[in-house]
Design a protein around this ligand. Structure first.
Ligand SMILES: NC(=O)c1ccc[n+]([C@@H]2O[C@H](COP(=O)([O-])OP(=O)(O)OC[C@H]3O[C@@H](n4cnc5c(N)ncnc54)[C@H](OP(=O)(O)O)[C@@H]3O)[C@@H](O)[C@H]2O)c1
Length: 339
């Protein structure tokens, strides 16, 4: 018999997930039913949204049940199959969970060609986070050449791609990230025009005002928000006429234990006839192949770099790896590579 380990939700966390949020169990691989296949998981995606899935409150997906295997995007190789569309040996990506072996009936699973790009790219730039950057930026940001684009969590999986898409489209890009190392990375390696370090003492409102002045810009045309809170509020203060604020995420609030105040500068949306709109990447699923082809071409041409932080370990490293997202201990797409 083959046995495997999985990470399960043991207890709903308050604030940052801790060791007692999780349990690790071992089970035997059962006999596959017709139409099923088993995947030896090789790499697991870590996503800030996972924190929201642990809370029992209405959202775009039901919460992960106590005792259930943690929901996660992952990829691996098919080791057994009773499904002719998913033969043994194929590499597949899908929502297989935080587990060493997953059983799938093929729903939401996709065979990928590892010769086109390193496998991890299918969780990052060619996967969910790349799609998020692409559709959030193009569909909601509606960029025009010359626009001033600000993106927060700029060194992260989504933010790093958004800024590069903006450069390809002739925009001026200001990133916002935590720390000098990340800011240097996004300007020197990814080609952003400026990067503001929100962890330094000067307020974001002051830093952003000075940055716009330095660029001779009238204001922010597109603000791509990954973090919410004070950084969102500072951007609202500098909107240009007709600006687009893209609400992608609000990681600064995901572990909050108290109600967080709303952005006080929101009336500037009225003054500047600006819009602020949220989106969910899964709403664009039917168009993913177009975006994957375009991003794939830019990657191949060297016009886009897809930064990644790959942690090698076993499945028990999942909880600590997830928390790296909240301490900012990643550049680009964070994944756990299963040894
Ligand atoms: N709408 C959608 O469909 C969709 C889909 C995917 C992702 N998202 C959202 O997109 C955002 C980015 O996700 P990602 O996967 O690309 O993660 P990521 O940016 O690779 O990692 C998260 C980053 O957030 C920053 N961060 C953590 N705590 C913060 C805080 N308190 N204030 C400011 N920044 C903080 C950290 O960077 P620093 O070191 O710079 O602080 C960290 O590296 C998240 O909000 C996520 O929920 C939305």
């Amino acid at each position: 018999m083959t046995s495997f380990r999985s990470v399960r939700l043991a207890k709903r966390p308050t604030g940052l997930p801790s060791a007692d949020t999780w349990s690790i169990d071992t089970q035997e691989l059962p006999e596959l039913a017709p139409g099923e296949f088993a995947i030896a998981i090789e790499q697991i995606s870590l996503d800030p949204a996972m924190r929201g899935w642990l809370d029992d409150r209405p959202s775009y997906l039901p919460p992960v049940e106590i005792g259930a295997i943690m929901r996660a995007g992952s990829l691996g190789k098919i080791m057994e199959s009773k499904n002719s569309r998913f033969p043994v040996g194929s590499q597949v990506v899908g929502n297989f969970g935080a587990t060493e072996i997953a059983i799938s009936n093929g729903q939401g699973a996709r065979i990928f060609n590892p010769e086109l790009a390193p496998a991890s790219t299918f969780l990052g730039a060619l996967g969910m986070t790349g799609m998020t950057a692409y559709f959030g930026f193009f569909e909601l940001g509606k960029p025009r050449a010359g626009d001033v684009v600000v993106v927060s969590a700029a060194a992260g999986a989504v933010g790093s791609i958004v800024g590069q898409l903006a450069k390809i489209n002739g925009c001026t890009v200001i990133g916002i990230a935590g720390g000098k190392e990340k800011c240097d990375y996004v300007t020197k390696e990814l080609g952003f025009d400026l990067c503001l370090d929100y962890k330094q003492d000067t307020s974001m409102r002051k830093q952003l005002g000075e940055a716009l002045k330095q660029l001779g810009a009238k204001g922010v045309d597109i603000y791509f928000d990954n973090v919410g809170g004070e950084i969102l509020n500072a951007n609202l203060a500098y909107l240009s006429f007709g600006a687009r604020v893209v609400i992608c995420g609000a990681i600064s609030q995901y572990n909050a234990t108290e109600i967080t105040p709303g952005p006080s500068n929101y009336m500037n949306l009225l003054v500047k006839r600006a819009s602020m709109k949220g989106f969910l990447v899964f709403d664009y699923e039917s168009e993913f192949s177009v975006a994957q082809r375009r991003i794939g071409t830019w990657l191949a041409q060297g016009k886009i770099t897809a930064p990644e932080t790959i942690i090698s370990g076993d499945i028990t490293e999942f909880p600590a790896t997830l928390n790296r997202l909240f301490s900012g201990d990643n550049i680009g797409k964070l994944t756990l590579k299963i040894n």
